[in-house]
Design a binder for this molecule. Structure first.
Ligand code: SAM
Length: 199
């Protein structure tokens, strides 16, 4: 079995978050500057058809099932390179202008998130940026319920170590700004632009 069950995953995303989920992700990526873009954990590839085709995208995905789907979706798109590897052990052969983590970092503990950032900052070009697209840490009762259910679902699909929604300010990074995304009584989505800490 892959990291996720593709059908189950697609159904959940469509039902709970709707089409705007990928529209928002693609919009914020499209608005960033940079020719070489890395997307970590792209999942089922819901954003692919919405991305501008004037740059190169490298998609690193651990799940075999998702990677196969990504390869199918991009077989006629020369801008896309699909890498079926674990981000932690993957050795990049190039540097990037933009690294995107779409709903990825929450799967990991704070320590693992710090390791991810440490690795990421080394693969950025000068002035390279990191974009985190994710749920905001829950505040209301309904938001807490949503996040609890989400973690229950993820744990039932495969083992994950994370326990809470990413809070970029708690990491050793500089948050440049953030963009408000989808909102519902159950969740708020945000994109954070982050750059490496000044030496
Ligand atoms: C919560 S899903 C988000 C998927 C997609 N970005 C979206 O917005 O629907 C996290 C994704 O990260 C992938 N993933 C988990 N651990 C990974 C790792 N160590 N390296 C690369 N991808 C990983 C999973 O297979 C999954 O596709």
């Amino acid at each position: 079995m892959g990291f996720y069950n593709l059908k189950q995953y697609n159904k959940v995303v469509r039902l709970v978050y709707g089409k705007s989920f990928y529209k928002f992700q693609a919009e914020v990526i499209n608005n960033e500057i940079g020719k070489e873009v890395l997307v970590v954990g792209p999942g089922n590839g819901g954003i692919i058809s919405l991305l501008k085709e004037d740059r190169n995208y490298c998609l690193v995905e651990k799940s075999e099932v998702f990677s196969r789907q990504l390869k199918n979706l991009t077989q006629h798109k020369k801008e896309f390179q699909i890498i079926n590897e674990d981000f932690f052990s993957w050795k990049p052969h190039q540097k990037f202008d933009l690294v995107v983590f779409p709903f990825f970092l929450d799967l990991f503990t704070r320590k693992e998130q710090q390791n991810i950032f440490h690795k990421t900052f080394k693969m950025l070009n000068d002035d390279g940026k990191v974009l985190i697209i994710d749920f905001e840490p829950p505040k209301s009762f309904l938001e807490r319920i949503h996040i609890k259910l989400l973690y229950l679902l993820f744990r039932s699909l495969d083992g994950i170590t994370g326990e809470e929604i990413i809070c970029p300010k708690s990491l050793n990074t500089e948050v440049l700004d953030s963009i408000e995304g989808l909102k519902s009584p159950f969740f708020r989505i945000k994109a954070y632009r982050v750059q490496p800490p000044k030496p």
